[in-house]
Design a protein around this ligand. Structure first.
Ligand code: M6R
Length: 370
């Protein structure tokens, strides 16, 4: 079943280009490039009335939800909050008939997410599930579902489900923009074309992972690895840290790079590995420039910098102890390629430490208790 791979996780990492392509299949590139999300059975008239979006999820799915917020705000101009399902439920959140709740779950059985969505529906909100498991509880209890087509994910650490959750989130954001008239048809066509190129981009990343594996093995005796990101790179940093915690049992933390000087920079000491996800130098170049300064700051304090940057980004070269190249992509779509080296990194480091990657200690694939 592992298709010749040493673990399900390695197989699932390798499956990602197909998973991304399959999740787009039949949904994009229809007549005049419009999106077709027929499965989203919430009437366009209801979607046009929505005045707020709330995304709820746990763990890796929550990181996908954080990225969804950027996409939803950008393409719909609706206020959007992303919240951990376990916090949301007990906060007495403000919801009504005009709230669209998006519940993201690979398994469709996560109890915290299920309880949060039940609470949302009781308040009259409409719930759209993004789920990978046909007929599971979360989609059954939602008003509509958009399935991710990752195929079964066996390894406890989520990889291909995450990438397909991102694709689904981009599609939902664009679809809302299309229905509500906040995104022009031209832009939808452009983004759809860019999304269709992402499977190939992920494939290219996978072909260049040997240096990342080598680097991971060289860090086997470290205690701590930090991860920094900005904008959509921030949730990617959190996801990189989560993967390393659950697989390598190492202390790993993700930070928004802008927060460095508000505390975390005190952690930097000689030889501390810090992974930095660098935004595209095209597009929002302010973000990029700020990140280059952050890399300089931590390196001056002794950090060993592991820099994930776009091909052709030369500004980072002088400050990178290790440089991991990813293909150039539009800003919002970068997480689809930037996450992959972090998955490979965590998997290899865990293996080097003698850990069982498919079944990390203390964890279950789906968490069906609150
Ligand atoms: O099945 P779900 O997507 O609802 O699961 C949510 C989390 O339990 C899950 O993403 C967990 O964080 C993974 N082990 C992360 O790799």
């Amino acid at each position: 079943e592992k298709g010749g791979y040493a673990s399900f996780m390695l197989k699932e990492i390798a499956d990602q280009p197909k998973a991304v392509a399959d999740t787009l299949l039949g949904r994009v590139g229809g007549e005049e490039g419009a999106l077709r999300l027929d499965e989203v059975r919430i009437a366009p008239s209801v979607l046009r009335e929505v005045d707020k979006v709330v995304v709820i999820a746990c763990g890796t799915a929550y990181h996908a939800g954080m990225i969804a917020k950027y996409a939803i705000e950008h393409w719909t101009r609706l206020p959007c909050e992303t919240e951990l399902a376990s916090e949301f439920r007990y906060r007495d959140p403000i919801l009504d008939q005009r709230t669209l709740v998006i519940a993201i779950s690979q398994s469709g059985e996560t109890m915290d997410t299920l309880m949060a969505l039940r609470h949302a529906r009781e308040q009259g909100a409409k719930v759209l599930a993004i789920c990978n498991t046909n007929g599971s509880t979360i989609p059954r209890e939602s008003d509509a579902v958009l399935y991710t087509h990752a195929g079964p994910e066996v390894a406890v650490a989520s990889t291909k489900a995450f990438l397909t959750q991102l694709v689904a989130c981009y599609l939902v954001a664009l679809y809302l923009g299309q229905v509500r008239g906040t995104t022009w048809a031209d832009e939808i066509r452009t983004v759809v074309r860019q999304l269709s190129e992402m499977a190939g981009a992920v494939e290219r990343v996978l072909e260049t992972m040997e240096p990342v594996r080598e680097l991971a093995r060289s860090l086997v005796d470290k205690d701590t690895v930090l991860f920094l990101g900005r904008h959509v790179g921030y949730p990617v940093a959190l996801e990189g840290a989560l993967k390393l915690k659950e697989l390598a049992y190492m202390h790993a933390e993700g930070f928004a790079a802008g927060e460095l000087k508000h505390g975390p920079i005190a952690l930097i000491e000689d030889g501390l590995p810090v992974v930095v996800v660098v935004p595209s130098p095209r597009g929002r170049s302010v973000l990029h420039d700020k990140m280059v300064s952050n890399i300089q700051e931590i390196r001056a304090r002794g950090a060993r910098t592991i820099v994930i940057a776009e091909e052709g980004d030369e500004a980072v070269v002088p400050y990178a102890d290790h440089l991991i190249r990813i293909p150039a992509t539009p800003t919002l779509l970068q997480p689809l390629v930037a996450t992959v080296p972090l998955q490979v990194f965590a998997c290899e480091l865990a293996t080097a430490r003698g850990n069982e990657v498919d079944q990390p200690r203390n964890l279950a694939k789906s968490v069906t208790v609150e």
